[in-house]
Design a protein around this ligand. Structure first.
Ligand code: FAD
Length: 365
């Protein structure tokens, strides 16, 4: 089939990878931005795969899709040559002594939603020190074993290189699609026909989905030579919750031009962490605010004082595409058109499973 994918962010890339494996298709990837994908929410994301922890605010269906996606991510990443971009070492949830009630409430909520949350383990300082020595000052924490993360920046960078190598793929970067209909893509001054079109525009899908909104999220990347944390760690706090997501040696292995383009410096022998994220009901893509910077960084500093010496190497802002119910939506109303949107704060957690479902129900791939 001759297929168009409009939007080469997270969802569009996962659709393309699935289609490459499912038949002899010719695929055109349209994006209004550069094919490097650095302006997509998929690039900004921390890439946490946290089906349990997300249940605090999400419905149990997110948990089910999340578990399936975790099974699907590894083969997808291997295919594009990312061998160190998936980790499945669990998540630490912790709080300061004065906020232990937050911690108990959080875990209580997860346990009330699904039976499997009963597996979540409580850790005292000694037990925590065995798996995360740098966090040993926390007297009470919880350990969720079956969670992980995808290195989202590596996924985006390596998939660009992979698509460049596949002759079935044609890139149409810097090409804004104005509207989409079954089997047709409309550009500013022309239209093009395909056998099937996938609308994966994320926030750009507002052109069609009038009930789609953007939820602003800001993250800060820091590098430290002193701190070595292995697992995504969430600090609960009555006013601002933060997560710290370890990224190993940052951009190593990623093409240098690309690093220059996203203006990310590399400090030798240091580890990079993504600190996030704000969640603001606003469709505002402007740079991170002073308030969010102060909140994220001061909370970070309380996790370990050595973070005071970490270097801030980058900040990112983007908008999560979300519907009112904060659930993903697949639309397969007509032959020749599939729309996938609303992955909200769960894009990495959901994309492989949602795409699998969308393809089965639509193009039957
Ligand atoms: C701060 C932050 C942290 C996050 N952390 C996590 C996390 O830890 N775990 C997790 O699971 N999820 C996380 N997410 C959520 C995740 O990033 C999103 O759910 C996901 O990226 C949505 O994927 P998408 O493909 O729909 O949109 P995007 O990834 O934004 O891709 C949409 C693409 O469509 C293109 N486009 C838009 N309009 C047009 C047009 N008219 N013509 C052509 N191209 C167009 C855009 O340029 C873009 O490349 C986070 C998001 C943010 C903002």
């Amino acid at each position: 089939m001759n297929i168009a994918i409009v939007g080469a962010g997270l969802v569009g890339r996962v659709v393309a990878l699935n289609l490459l494996n499912s038949g002899n298709h010719k695929i055109t990837l349209f994006d209004k931005d550069t094919k490097e994908g650095i302006h997509s929410a998929g690039f900004t994301a921390a890439g946490m795969l946290a089906p349990f922890a997300e249940l605090e605010t999400a419905e149990s269906i997110i948990f089910e899709y999340g578990k399936r996606s975790i099974e699907l991510w590894q083969p997808l990443l291997k295919e594009i040559g990312v061998y160190d971009g998936f980790s499945y070492k669990g998540t630490i949830i912790t709080a300061h002594p004065q906020d232990v009630s937050e911690l108990e409430h959080f875990i209580g909520t997860l346990k009330s939603k699904i039976d499997e949350a009963k597996e979540i383990e409580m850790l005292d300082a000694t037990q925590l020190a065995q798996i995360e020595p740098e966090l040993a000052q926390h007297n009470k924490s919880f350990f969720i074993r079956k969670e992980g993360q995808v290195d989202s920046q590596r996924f985006i960078a390596f998939s660009t290189n992979y698509f460049d190598m596949r002759e079935e793929i044609t890139w149409r970067e810097f090409t804004e699609v104005t509207t989409i209909e079954a089997k047709k893509v409309h550009l500013k001054e022309s239209s093009e026909e395909f056998d099937w079109v996938f609308d994966c525009r994320g926030f750009g899908g507002k052109e069609y989905f009038s009930d789609l909104r953007g939820v602003r999220g800001e993250v800060i990347w820091v590098e430290s030579k002193e701190i070595d944390i292995q697992r995504p760690t969430r600090l609960l706090h009555p006013r601002y919750k933060i997560y710290i997501v370890p990224r190993g040696n940052g951009c190593e292995g990623i093409d240098l031009e690309y690093c220059k383009e996203c203006k990310i410096s590399q400090t030798p022998n240091s580890k990079r962490y993504i600190i996030g994220a704000s969640e603001i009901e606003s469709e505002d893509f402007s740079p991170i605010s002073v308030r969010s910077s102060l909140e994220l960084l001061s909370a970070l500093y309380t996790v370990h004082p050595q973070f005071g010496e970490a270097r801030v190497v980058n900040t990112e802002t983007n908008c999560r595409p979300a519907f009112k119910d904060n659930l993903p939506r697949i639309e397969n109303k007509e032959e020749g058109l599939t729309r996938i949107n609303g992955l909200y704060r769960h894009g990495y957690l959901l994309a492989p499973a949602i795409v699998e479902k969308a393809l089965k129900e639509g193009i039957n791939a």
